[in-house]
Design a binder for this molecule. Structure first.
Ligand SMILES: NC(=O)c1ccc[n+]([C@@H]2O[C@H](COP(=O)([O-])OP(=O)(O)OC[C@H]3O[C@@H](n4cnc5c(N)ncnc54)[C@H](O)[C@@H]3O)[C@@H](O)[C@H]2O)c1
Length: 316
């Protein structure tokens, strides 16, 4: 009897949540204020990290910028200050857990307050065919795109829990939801990032911690140079072309500010995600061939190979 009542309640709750999500597609909930929040962004010296920093300071937040690339990070800090914001740049290699814990303590000591929004955005891709790719490059992708999430969350979640206030954002990729050829390292790391993020979100829900929100950001290819040359069939690109970086970050911000648990950018990529889950493997292979998604990374990998043979090592 109790089971049947629970089942009934559960079905009603599920229906209510579907209804609410549908209504929210049309009537967007009000954005939450982030003025006064301390936002830490990893990979802040890169394209999307910099735009995240600029968007957060527009909303009145203060930003802590972490990047292994000191000059890119300083440049972001300069841009933030020019816009009237407050930036605290730190050179941190997020793959080094001791360095992450040390830097987190330093941030706390320097600023005298806790990070309340963590944007895990640092990311890399090897850009080589699996069998050509040096082992260290494969490992590096896993360390930056996945392992670093463990260290940063371990460094900042405890204080968020103490205050029952915070937000953890994981910038993954649509390649963490479905894959393509020649980006094995990247897909493995981004699928792992998605799994980590979802498990963490479940943990917070199971513990009924309502003050800490999570948002998983899964963009399609963005015009930042990370996947330079990646192309699908011309006709398919009419529906799915590389994203403008600012559009991508604005869409991600919209999701973060309404506490949306997940966002795929653009929305059409949800279709590929659903097809992967529902259709037989062969039908996905057929649609990949039709749209040119099967070999879309070939020109990117070729371009990377040329760069590497020209002496521009990626392990910088
Ligand atoms: N550009 C795309 O097409 C695309 C698509 C989907 C998802 N993403 C994801 O968005 C995020 C940002 O991508 P982007 O296009 O701005 O790339 P980007 O290369 O411009 O920026 C990445 C930043 O991460 C930093 N970084 C790398 N290793 C690090 C380390 N060990 N410690 C600290 N910082 C480190 C780099 O120095 C760089 O500044 C990444 O996670 C990426 O995987 C990008």
């Amino acid at each position: 009897m109790i089971f049947l009542m629970d089942l009934q309640m559960m079905l009603l709750d599920v229906l209510y949540s579907i209804l609410r999500a549908t209504v929210q597609l049309v009537f967007k909930p009000r954005s939450k204020p982030v003025d006064g929040e301390l936002v830490l962004i990893t990979g802040a010296g890169g394209a999307l990290g910099r735009l995240f920093a600029l968007e957060f300071i527009k909303k009145g937040a203060e930003v802590v910028l972490w990047d292994v690339n000191a000059s890119g990070n300083e440049q972001t800090a300069k841009l933030v200050r020019e816009e009237g914001g407050t930036a605290h740049p730190y050179t941190v290699d997020v793959t080094n857990r001791e360095e992450v814990y040390r830097a987190a303590d330093l941030v706390r000591k320097d600023l005298g307050r806790d990070v309340t929004i963590l944007v895990n955005n640092a990311g890399v891709v090897a850009g080589e065919r699996m069998l050509d790719c040096p082992d260290e490059m494969l490992e590096r992708t896993m360390k930056v795109n996945c392992h670093a999430l463990f260290w940063t969350v371990k460094a900042f979640l405890p204080q968020m829990k103490t205050q029952n206030h915070g937000h953890i954002v994981t910038v993954a990729s649509v390649l963490g939801l479905f894959s393509t050829a020649c980006v094995e390292d990247y897909c493995a790391s981004k699928f792992a990032a998605v799994g980590f993020h979802e498990s963490l979100a479940h943990e917070l829900a199971a513990e009924e911690i309502e003050g800490i929100k999570t948002t998983l950001v899964c963009p399609y290819i963005v015009d930042t140079g990370m996947f330079e040359g990646c192309r699908i069939r011309d006709e398919a690109e009419l529906f799915l072309s590389p994203l403008d970086p600012l559009y991508c970050v604005e869409e991600a911000m919209n999701a973060i500010l309404i506490d949306q648990p997940m966002v795929c950018i653009p929305r059409i990529t949800y279709l590929a995600y659903i097809c992967r889950a529902l259709l037989p493997w062969e039908s996905n292979v057929i649609t990949y061939r039709f749209t040119g998604s099967d070999k879309c990374m070939y020109p990117f990998v070729d371009a990377m190979k040329k760069r590497t043979t020209n002496g521009l090592s990626q392990l910088t």
